[in-house]
Ligand binder design. Structure first.
Ligand code: NAD
Length: 484
């Protein structure tokens, strides 16, 4: 299968924080993969800009090592890596000072598409925006790409929006949420809006509930200091999980374009109801046999930050009134698995009586690993043994469906960077969306802080705290198993 790709124009991409962890693991390897795929024009340039003292050659060596570590060998054949590295340059800058900005200005061409990726600590976002403007580096239609976290509450998000807005217009600002760049997430829109099958059933009359799970096996790793000030609610729910919820719940946009899609998502966020304290379970992993507890990982014995959260969200509109959306995410869980499960209602009447083996239909959308969708349907168990039912999956696994060549699914970051160059904001969060998401999250956090709530301990390698099971049990439901 030959993949059709919308070509991009010639560009200069400046990666602030080009020597950082995100650049090393995602941005530079991702750009290389797009280059190897023939999607980056010959005259495009990628300029690393960071605090480290480095010349072009040293930055190329850094990028080369990152590519060797994070790109499969079969994609690095011949002189492909060398040719890619020839597009790279480096400028040493200080985001909080004046050093290097004149050199950056000289390095960036005014006649091509310009994109500036802010892959630095969020405290530097405003500083970078201000200097790009003051040193007249960015042309009027230049794009800036802003990493997460976007604020830590509504007030800080609003302040950051205002700072960025004083130097760039909204259509220049690309707030990244890499979940939106995942193949499955976009396929969710294709499945919902390019098929007649699902829409008539996509509502509270036919959908019993929705489960959104983002389970990780890792702990906080080296991010302890940051994570302890954030927690699962801020780090995962406010952004990634709310975006997924929006894509499941939104009305059909009149068109697949940035304004229309983002307007519909915003309406969903506005319709989210406050969450009752009984409908939230926070957890924190305790020590395992050989692994340290969360509190040790973050070096804060008194920490009350959650490494796990489960909650029940309700959307007050005609489509979803009465269908709960259960969200859960956590670290050190039994498997690394992200899934959205749309669980349909029972048939109104079973003509098979109490048929053995009956299960509800479930549309399962897997984000990782093995991106794909499965629709479980009931059939008759083969054989002469009477009418016994069995569940079989209708599988839409992308790797299989697209064949070997098409199975080269781009990573979320590379797709999103190409969208920035194309000037397509559909898969990026708009400023009002981010603020509205915080407006829903803030009172929930304020509530547990006021109550002095302490997270429930859970074992590493488990499915989370016991109380999270109860959240569904008392509604007569159960969580799907967390498995890879
Ligand atoms: P990092 O600490 O590894 O790298 C920071 C980069 O910023 C380095 O290149 C450093 O030289 C540069 N820098 C720091 N201070 C500077 C200054 N005063 N002037 C110029 N450059 C300066 O950080 P990271 O993990 O790469 O994260 C970058 C951004 O991406 C952050 O906003 C982070 O929240 C976000 N992010 C990272 C990850 C990840 O997996 N690493 C995931 C999601 C989001």
């Amino acid at each position: 299968m030959v993949s059709r790709v919308i070509p991009v124009e010639n560009f200069d991409l400046v990666v602030f924080g080009g020597t950082g962890d995100l650049a090393r693991r995602k941005i530079l390897p991702g750009l290389f993969r797009r280059y190897a795929g023939g999607h980056i024009p010959d005259a495009a340039r990628i300029i690393g800009a960071a605090r480290a003292e480095m010349d072009d050659a040293a930055f190329r060596a850094f990028a080369g090592a990152a590519i060797a570590e994070f790109v499969d060998e079969d994609k690095r054949q011949g002189d492909m890596v060398e040719r890619f590295l020839a597009h790279l340059g480096y400028v040493q800058i200080d985001a909080t000072g004046e050093r290097g900005w004149d050199r950056l200005k000289a390095a960036v061409r005014p006649e091509v598409v310009q994109a500036f990726y802010f892959s630095v600590a969020p405290t530097l976002f405003g500083e970078l925006a201000e200097r790009l403007h003051r040193f007249e580096i960015a042309r009027p239609d230049a794009r800036i790409v802003v990493e997460k976290p976007f604020g830590r509450d509504r007030e800080t998000a609003r302040a950051l929006n205002a700072t960025l807005a004083s130097h760039f217009t909204e259509d220049q600002i690309y707030r990244i949420d890499h979940y939106l760049g995942k193949e499955t997430v976009q396929n969710l829109m294709a499945v919902r809006f390019a098929n007649i099958l699902f829409e008539p059933l996509w509502n509270a009359r036919h959908v019993d509930h929705v489960q959104i799970t983002v389970a990780e096996t890792v702990g906080v790793g080296g991010r302890g200091a940051y994570y302890d000030k954030s927690g699962a609610m801020r780090d995962m729910v406010q952004n990634h999980m709310m975006q997924l919820l929006c894509l499941i719940a939104m009305e059909a946009p009149y068109k697949f374009d940035p304004a229309a899609v983002r307007d519909e998502k915003l309406k969903v966020i506005h319709a989210l109801q406050p969450v009752h304290p009984d409908e939230i379970v926070r957890g924190q992993y305790r020590a395992g046999r050989t692994e340290p507890a969360y509190a040790q990982d973050v070096d804060n014995p008194a920490s009350t930050t959650e490494s796990y959260i489960a909650l029940k969200a309700s959307i007050a509109n005609w489509r979803w009134k009465g269908t709960p959306f259960y969200l859960r995410t956590g670290k050190k869980l039994r498997a690394r698995a992200s899934e959205i499960a749309v669980v349909f209602k029972e048939v109104p009447h079973s003509i098979f009586g109490e048929a053995e083996g009956w299960r509800e239909n479930i549309l399962s959308i897997r984000l990782q690993p093995n991106e794909g969708m499965t629709l479980s349907v009931m059939i008759k168990e083969p054989g002469p043994g009477g009418m016994r039912l069995t569940e079989v999956p209708l599988d839409m696994s992308f790797a299989e469906a697209l064949g070997a060549e098409g199975a080269d699914i781009p990573d979320a970051y590379e797709r999103l960077i190409m969208d920035v160059i194309r000037g397509n904001q559909t898969l990026f969060m708009r400023g009002d969306e981010v603020e509205a998401a915080w407006a829903w999250v803030d009172p929930i956090i304020a509530g547990w802080e006021a109550r002095g709530d302490r997270p429930k301990p859970y074992d590493p390698g488990s499915s989370g705290p016991e109380d999270a099971l109860m959240l569904l049990h008392r509604d007569g439901r159960r969580w799907r198993e967390i498995r890879e």
